[in-house]
Design a protein. Structure first.
Length: 275
């Protein structure tokens, strides 16, 4: 007899009743799945329906989450959702990022720079001794109408313990008259091993004037100022701090004689740790 399966494919000889022999059927199958006369529309639809009914009688398609995923037997705070694994439970129930954590992509350059201030004792740069140069700029004027030394606001820095610095101060000042010179000196706290410097400027335009210091508040004095506004002098120095203690270096100034000296905003300290 003609050989057809339910899709119309020739696969087996039909027996005398028009059915596929039992030896050629899948487990649980029925010979009624195949008809002796093949109609692509009717026979195919009937065969598929019969196959579904036959398979359905052998395998249950029902599924019970409560039976197959019994959360009551798990050691989970999220019953029925996570496997009973102590490591997983520790992870899913523990705190992760703090509530106030900031996304890396949102961190700005200004925020990073705000944290990167001061010096780090263990920090070095590859390929050379010492640290990079640092500049400090005075942001306001400081007035001294006496011959007594006073701190120049903002012209200061902290040297780390047991370290050596070379420094320069580019000093701008006004004098109430050209006949009034400037006194310049410096202090360094906590008894540094070395604090010394040399100041050079003009007493008159084109007439150099200079002097030196080798200890706290040893005065460097010029006899006059070349101009009444924006005179400039350069103080070069060395600071070697003591072991075990930091040292605060501070520029100091006063009028050389009766008069007023104003250290101007825009004056700059430039310093570098060299050892």
């Amino acid at each position: 007899m003609t050989r057809f399966n339910y899709l119309g494919e020739s696969v087996a000889e039909l027996d005398e009743t028009g059915k596929v022999p039992a030896s050629q059927l899948p487990p649980g199958g029925s010979g009624d799945m195949v008809r002796s006369t093949y109609d692509p529309d009717l026979d195919g639809i009937i065969a598929v329906a019969q196959l579904a009914a036959t398979v359905g009688s052998a395998v249950s398609l029902s599924h019970s989450n409560s039976l197959d995923h019994n959360g009551g037997t798990q050691d989970s705070a999220i019953s029925g959702k996570e496997p009973a694994n102590a490591n997983i439970q520790t992870h899913v129930t523990s705190a992760h990022a703090p509530s106030g954590a900031q996304v890396n992509a949102d961190i700005t350059k200004a925020e990073i720079e705000a944290k990167l201030t001061g010096e780090i004792a263990t920090h070095t740069h590859a390929g050379g001794g010492g640290d990079g140069e640092v500049t400090v700029v005075a942001t306001q004027d400081t007035i001294n109408a006496t011959a007594n030394l006073a701190n120049a606001t903002g012209l200061t820095f902290t040297g780390l313990a047991n370290s050596t610095y070379m420094l320069e101060t580019f000093l701008l000042w006004n004098a109430n008259a050209t006949t009034v010179g400037i006194k310049v000196s410096a202090t360094a706290s906590n008894s540094p091993t070395i604090t010394a410097g040399h100041f050079i400027t003009d007493a008159a335009n084109g007439t150099p004037d200079s002097s030196s210091y080798n200890a706290n508040d040893v005065t460097v004095t010029t006899s006059a100022s070349a101009f009444t506004t924006y005179n400039m002098g350069v103080l070069s120095g060395i600071l070697k701090t003591a072991a075990g203690t930091n040292s605060v270096w501070q520029l100091r100034f006063a009028a050389e004689t009766t008069g007023t000296i104003t250290v101007k905003a825009g004056s700059v300290i430039r310093y570098r740790k060299v050892a």
